[in-house]
Design a protein. Structure first.
Length: 214
């Protein structure tokens, strides 16, 4: 039995798009209005974990593909940097996707997909565990591709003969269809009141000034 440390260093790894879609389904929020530093603190505090770092990962469209959301993410990521949050962004890749509506009709829509985010999160968790930089890997995501990381964390804990935990936190409400966290991790549901207490008061959705604007 590995001894549980009195002071538990927690690092939060936030999949921005996964968290956004979960909050949309659970609470109806249509844009990334979360304050991930506040969320990490709200989750860690009651469990006696000490949030020593927050890391944020997201896909970002190019200005040519979507100037509005490029500006949004540029502004939000810049603010996160001022908060001391480590951010990692990748370009969104766009492709046509066939969508079938409830009335049976089919439509082709252009959707953005992010590549490499789950790989980057996995590498960072394993690297930081190997370097003994964390005791708790708190992942705000339900991406099952990360379940293999949880198994690797168990192996590292045995090799280093120390206590390490990996947890998966995600928004949940009566409208949530996916109520499963990442397999082989501790599941932490985020209820509406907890999420609502951790909203970012800044709104980055204003469009950037056009040419010639003062």
């Amino acid at each position: 039995m590995l001894s549980e440390p009195a002071f538990k260093r927690a690092i939060a790894f936030v999949d921005g798009q996964n968290l956004l879609h979960a909050a949309l389904e659970a609470f109806g929020y249509t844009h990334p209005n979360y304050d991930v530093k506040a969320l990490a603190e709200a989750i860690c505090g009651p469990r006696g974990w000490n949030p020593v770092q927050v890391r944020f990962y997201t896909g970002v469209p190019s200005p040519g593909d979507n100037a509005f959301w490029h500006h949004f993410w540029s502004a939000k990521l810049a603010h996160m940097g001022r908060q001391g949050i480590h951010s990692y962004s990748r370009p969104l890749r766009y492709r046509n996707k066939l969508v079938r509506l409830a009335d049976g009709t089919e439509h082709t829509v252009l959707t953005g997909e992010e590549k490499g985010i789950d790989v980057r999160i996995a590498l960072d968790i394993v690297r930081m565990a190997h370097r003994n930089e964390l005791d708790v890997a708190l992942v705000l995501s339900q991406d099952q591709d990360l379940s293999e990381v949880a198994q690797e964390i168990r192996t590292i804990a045995q090799e280093q003969r120390r206590w390490i935990k990996m947890a998966s936190a995600f928004p949940v409400s009566p409208t949530t269809r996916n109520r499963r966290g990442i397999e082989r991790t501790d599941w932490i549901p985020i209820d509406r009141s907890t999420y609502a207490a951790c909203l970012d008061p800044r709104d980055y959705r204003s469009r950037p000034p056009g040419p010639g604007a003062s």
